[in-house]
Design a protein around this ligand. Structure first.
Ligand code: FMN
Length: 277
C-alpha cells in the first residue's frame, strides 16, 4: 500500500530508486521522511541523515538533490536550531556541487520558512530553493518578493488542510491561481520547478514557455514518486526536464495521508493493491 509512494526504509533503497529513475532520463529529489520533531536530538538526527545522504548521492554519482522539511530539523523547537541545521546541509551540498530544496509546510511555518531561506541567501548561499503554494492568498506577494532575490522556486498547489481565510477553498480557484503564478514565473525567466500532475497546468506551462521562447532547460516539471510515471516518461520523451520527489524512511504516515487526501485515484490504487495482497 504505502510503499507505492515510498522508495523504501533505507538510504540504499532510496539511491537504488533514483538510479532506476535516472536510467529513464528522470532526475530526483530525495526526501528523508519525517516532520515536526519536538526534541533537539531528533532534529540533529535528521541533519545527520541528510549529511550522509548527500555523501551517498555524491559517491553513487546519481542525479538527485535533496528536499528538507524545517520542522524535521527543529523549527517547532527553535527557529535558530532549524536555521543551523539547514545552513549545515546547504553548505555540505555546496561543497559537493548539490542543491537543497526547502519544502513548504502548513501556514504556522510559512513566515519562519521564508525567513530562514532569506537568511541563507543573505549569507551568500545560493544552492538553495524554496516552495510556493498556489492555494495561499499570500503567495502572489511572496513570489514577487522572491523574484527580487532571483529565487529558485518550486511551485505547487499545496497539500495541507488550511482555513478559508488563508487558502482558496475551491479547487477551481487553486487551479486558476496556479496558472496565474506559473505565468509570472515563466515571464520572470527565473528557474522554476513546476510541481504538479495536473495535465492542464502542464499543457499551460509548455504553451507559455513556447510563446515566450523559453528553452526547455530553463524550467522543470516535478512529480511525486509512484504517481503518473507514464506522464513523467512522456515529458522526458518530449525533451522536458523532469524531477521526481522520492521519499524514503519509516515515518511515512503523514506523507501517505496527504497523498490519499489529494487524489481519489490514489485511494483506489492502494485499495486494489491491498485486495491483491
Ligand atoms: N505540497 C506542499 O504543500 N509543499 C511542498 O513542499 C510540496 N512539494 C511537492 C513536490 C512535488 C514534486 C510535488 C509533485 C508535489 C508537492 N506538493 C507539495 C504537493 C502539492 O502541493 C499537491 O498537493 C499535489 O501535487 C497534488 O496536486 P496536483 O494535482 O497539482 O499534482
Amino acid at each position: 500500500g504505502a510503499l507505492r509512494f515510498i522508495a523504501g526504509a533505507e538510504r540504499a533503497d532510496a539511491i537504488a530508486a533514483v538510479r532506476r529513475l535516472n536510467e529513464k532520463g528522470i532526475a530526483a529529489t530525495l526526501d528523508y521522511l519525517g516532520e515536526s520533531v519536538t526534541r533537539p536530538e531528533e532534529a540533529e538526527a535528521t541533519v545527520r541523515e541528510y549529511v550522509e545522504l548527500l555523501g551517498d548521492i555524491h559517491r553513487a554519482g546519481v542525479d538527485s538533490n535533496v528536499s528538507i522539511k524545517l520542522t524535521a530539523m527543529g523549527l517547532a523547537i527553535d527557529a535558530d536550531l532549524a536555521l543551523a541545521g539547514a545552513r549545515r546541509l546547504v553548505q555540505e551540498a555546496a561543497r559537493l556541487g548539490n542543491f537543497v530544496r526547502i519544502d513548504m509546510e502548513d501556514t504556522p511555518w510559512t513566515d519562519a520558512t521564508l525567513r530562514i531561506y532569506r537568511t541563507l541567501r543573505a549569507e551568500g548561499l545560493d544552492n538553495v530553493g524554496v516552495v510556493i503554494q498556489a492555494y495561499l492568498y499570500r503567495s502572489e506577494k511572496d513570489l514577487e518578493d522572491l523574484a527580487a532575490l532571483g529565487a529558485n522556486v518550486r511551485l505547487c498547489k499545496g497539500a495541507y488542510k488550511e482555513p478559508p481565510d488563508r487558502a482558496f477553498p475551491d479547487k477551481a480557484q487553486v487551479d486558476a491561481n496556479y496558472l496565474k503564478l506559473a505565468a509570472r514565473r515563466l515571464r520572470s525567466g527565473l528557474y522554476t520547478g513546476f510541481a504538479t500532475h495536473d495535465e492542464r497546468a502542464i499543457a499551460f506551462v509548455k504553451e507559455e514557455a513556447r510563446r515566450l521562447g523559453l528553452g526547455r532547460d530553463r524550467f522543470e516539471f516535478q512529480m511525486l514518486y509512484g504517481i503518473r510515471g507514464d506522464l513523467q516518461e512522456q515529458l522526458v520523451r518530449e525533451g522536458y526536464r523532469v524531477r521526481v520527489y522520492v521519499p524514503y524512511g519509516t515515518q511515512w504516515y503523514p506523507y501517505f495521508v496527504r497523498r490519499l487526501a489529494e487524489r481519489p485515484a490514489n485511494v483506489a490504487f492502494v485499495l486494489r493493491n491491498i485486495l491483491r495482497g
